[in-house]
Design a protein around this ligand. Structure first.
Ligand code: F6P
Length: 546
C-alpha cells in the first residue's frame, strides 16, 4: 500500500512529527539562535523575487526534514502536477483548477477537454485590453457623449475582494483622473454611498459575477440599472453604454439586458477566489492599464513556475504551507496573522480571508470521511504599524500562539522624510521582540520593581515569517498572491481536502431565499422556523413598521 493512501495521521512522517513536537516544545528561539550563529542566514531563501526569512519559526533542521517528508508522503508533487495538467482536482464539482492558465504566457498549451485554454485566456485578455484602452483614453463614451470617469465594480466574494484589493494595492500605478469604487454588500448603503456624488452620464458599471445569479450582485446590479435610467432620462438603450459584464454565464448576462458583445468571459475552471487575474480583473486593468496588468500576470506566472519546479526545501509556498500545518496540527494554533507593512496592501488580509478560509475551511476529506485533525486556520490581520497599537499586545503577551507573516518592501513608492526606515525598523523590531522577548533578569536589570517584573516580561518564542521584496510593483503583487494561493494548495493537498469547493456557503443562501418573502409579504406569514427565528421575524416585521 502506498504511504499516501494511509490516513494522514498514520503516515510515518506525521507520527514522527508528533514525537518531535514534544522535543521542540522544550526549545527556545533564543537557544536555537545562540547554538547556530548563522541560523538567520541559513533558514532563509530567495525565490521568484521574494526573500523569505523563516528562521524565526519554531523549527530545527529535523523539523524541516520531517515536514518535507510529510509533503512527500502526501504525494504533494503529483498533486501539483495534476493541478497544472488540468486534471479535475476539484473533485466535488468535477472541475479542473487552472488559475495558473490565466497567467500562462501566450503560446503555451494547457488542454481542458481537448481545448487549449491558454488561447482562450489570451483572446479575452486582448478584448479586455482594447476595452480598457478605449475607456482610459476617453474613446468609450457614455449615452450622452460624455467620457467615462467613474468605474464601479459590482460583485461579491471573489468577484469583489480581488478587484478591490488589487485596486488599492496598485493605486500608485492607476489613472488618478478616474474614480474607482466597489459595491458588494446587499446593504443598500453600500450602493448609495458609492454613487451619491457621481454623475450617471460619466459612470460605467462592471457587473462581475461568475454565475450571474448571486443575490447580492443581482440586487445591486438592478439598483444600478435603475440609477442609470433615472439619471439618463429613462431610455433603456442607455444601459449598453454604461454596463458591461464579467461572467461565465452568457445566458444570464443577456437575460439581464447586457449585450453579450460587452461581456468578458471566464471559465468554470477558475474558482471565484482565484479569479482576480481573469476578466474579473477588468476594473484593475482599466485602473492600471493593460501593460501593468500583463506585468501582474507575469509576476503570478514566475511564482507558479517556482512552485511547480523548485525543490520543496527551497519552495516558498511549500514551506509556508508546511509551517501552517506544523502550527495548526501540532501546536494547536487557531489563527495566522498576516501583517503587511505597506499601506497599499491594506485590503490584503481581507482578500486572503476568502482565499484561505473558503478554500481550507473543510471538515471532510476528498473521500468524504470526517477529518481527525484540524484544517484551515483563521487568517486575519491589519497593516503595520496600525496593528502594533491595537492587537499586538495579545500576540506578544497573550496565552495563544499566533504565527505571523510580516510582509515588507525594501523601497517605498512614496519616499518622504524618514518614514520608510521607521516603518522597516518596526518590522524588524517586532519579529525580534516576538522571537526573543525579554527575560525577567533583563527586566530587573533595568531597575524595574519586583512586583512589576512579571508584567514586563516577554516570553518570546513567538514564531514569524518575514517576506521581503524590493518594491510593490504589479509583478510583486502577482507573486505575493500566487505565493498564498499555492501555500493554500499545499495545505489542502496534505489535509486531503477539496480546497476548491465551497458547499458551506449554500445553506445560509437557501434559507435567506425562503425568509425574504416572509419579510416582504403584507399579510402575516405562517412561519415554520424554530422558535428563535420565528420570534425574530415577527419582531422585525413589527419594528420595521413602527
Ligand atoms: O460566497 C460564495 C461564492 O460562491 C464565492 O465563492 C464567490 O467568489 C462569490 O460567492 C461570488 O460568486 P459569483 O462570482 O458567482 O457572483
Amino acid at each position: 500500500m502506498a504511504i499516501f493512501s494511509l490516513p494522514l495521521t498514520e503516515r510515518p512522517a506525521w507520527k514522527a512529527l508528533r514525537t518531535h513536537y514534544d522535543f521542540i516544545r522544550t526549545l527556545s528561539l533564543r537557544r536555537l539562535f545562540a547554538d547556530d550563529p548563522k541560523r538567520g542566514e541559513r533558514l532563509a531563501i530567495d525565490g521568484a523575487g521574494f526573500y523569505l526569512d523563516y528562521s524565526k519559526n519554531l523549527v530545527t533542521d529535523e523539523t524541516l526534514k520531517l515536514l518535507i517528508k510529510l509533503a512527500e508522503e502526501s504525494d504533494l508533487r503529483s498533486r501539483i502536477e495534476a493541478m497544472f495538467r488540468g486534471d479535475k482536482v476539484n473533485v466535488t464539482e468535477n472541475r479542473s483548477v487552472l488559475h495558473i492558465a490565466l497567467r500562462a504566457p501566450r503560446g503555451m498549451s494547457i488542454l481542458v477537454d481537448g481545448e487549449n485554454v491558454v488561447a482562450q485566456v489570451q483572446g479575452v485578455l486582448d478584448k479586455m485590453s482594447i476595452f480598457s484602452e478605449r475607456v482610459r483614453v476617453g474613446e468609450w463614451k457614455g449615452y450622452t457623449g460624455k467620457r467615462i470617469r467613474n468605474i464601479i465594480n459590482i460583485g461579491i466574494g471573489g468577484s469583489d475582494l480581488g478587484p478591490v484589493m488589487a485596486y488599492e494595492a496598485l493605486k500608485y500605478y492607476s489613472d488618478r483622473s478616474m474614480t474607482f469604487r466597489f459595491v458588494s454588500n446587499v446593504d443598500g448603503t453600500d450602493f448609495v454611498e458609492a454613487t451619491r456624488d457621481l454623475d450617471p452620464a460619466e459612470t460605467l458599471f462592471i457587473g462581475s459575477s461568475k454565475t450571474f445569479t448571486t443575490l447580492e450582485t443581482m440586487t445591486n446590479a438592478a439598483s444600478a440599472r435603475q440609477w442609470l435610467l433615472n439619471g439618463l432620462g429613462g431610455d433603456p438603450k442607455a444601459i449598453a453604454k454604461h454596463f458591461v459584464a464579467v461572467s461565465t454565464n452568457r445566458a444570464k448576462v443577456s437575460e439581464f439586458g447586457i449585450d453579450p458583445a460587452n461581456m468578458f468571459e471566464f471559465w468554470d475552471w477558475v474558482g471565484g477566489r482565484y479569479s482576480m487575474d481573469s476578466a474579473i480583473g477588468l476594473s484593475t486593468m482599466v485602473a492600471i492599464g493593460p501593460d501593468h496588468f500583463r506585468a501582474l500576470l507575469e509576476g503570478f506566472h514566475v511564482m507558479d513556475e517556482h512552485f511547480r519546479t523548485a525543490p520543496f526545501e527551497e519552495n516558498l509556498p511549500v514551506l509556508m504551507g508546511l509551517f501552517t500545518i506544523w502550527y495548526t496540527d501540532f501546536f494547536g494554533a487557531q489563527t495566522v496573522a498576516v501583517l503587511p507593512y505597506e499601506q497599499y496592501l491594506k485590503r490584503f488580509p481581507a482578500y486572503l480571508q476568502q482565499l484561505t478560509m473558503e478554500s481550507n475551511g473543510k471538515h471532510v476529506t476528498l473521500e468524504g470521511a470526517k477529518v481527525t485533525y484540524d484544517t484551515g486556520p483563521i487568517y486575519w490581520g491589519e497593516p503595520g504599524t496600525n496593528g502594533q497599537h491595537s492587537f499586538y499586545q495579545l500576540i506578544h503577551q497573550g496565552t495563544r500562539l499566533i504565527p505571523c507573516d510580516f510582509i515588507a518592501f525594501a523601497q517605498t513608492l512614496n519616499p518622504i522624510g524618514r518614514h520608510h526606515d521607521i516603518l522597516m525598523a518596526n518590522v524588524f523590531a517586532q519579529t525580534e521582540a516576538l522571537a526573543f522577548g525579554k527575560t525577567a533578569d533583563e527586566v530587573r536589570a533595568e531597575g524595574t520593581p519586583e512586583w512589576l517584573v512579571p508584567h514586563r516580561v516577554f516570553e518570546g518564542n513567538r514564531p514569524s515569517n518575514t517576506i521581503l521584496a524590493e518594491r510593490l510593483t504589479p509583478a510583486a503583487l502577482g507573486g505575493l498572491v500566487a505565493l498564498y494561493e499555492h501555500s493554500v494548495f499545499t495545505q489542502g493537498a496534505i489535509w486531503n481536502i477539496d480546497s476548491f469547493d465551497q458547499w458551506g456557503v449554500e445553506l445560509g443562501k437557501l434559507l435567506a431565499q425562503r425568509i425574504i418573502p416572509e419579510l416582504e409579504r403584507k399579510d402575516d406569514p405562517d412561519l415554520k422556523h424554530d422558535s428563535s427565528t420565528t420570534a425574530l421575524i415577527h419582531r422585525y416585521r413589527k419594528m420595521k413598521e413602527s
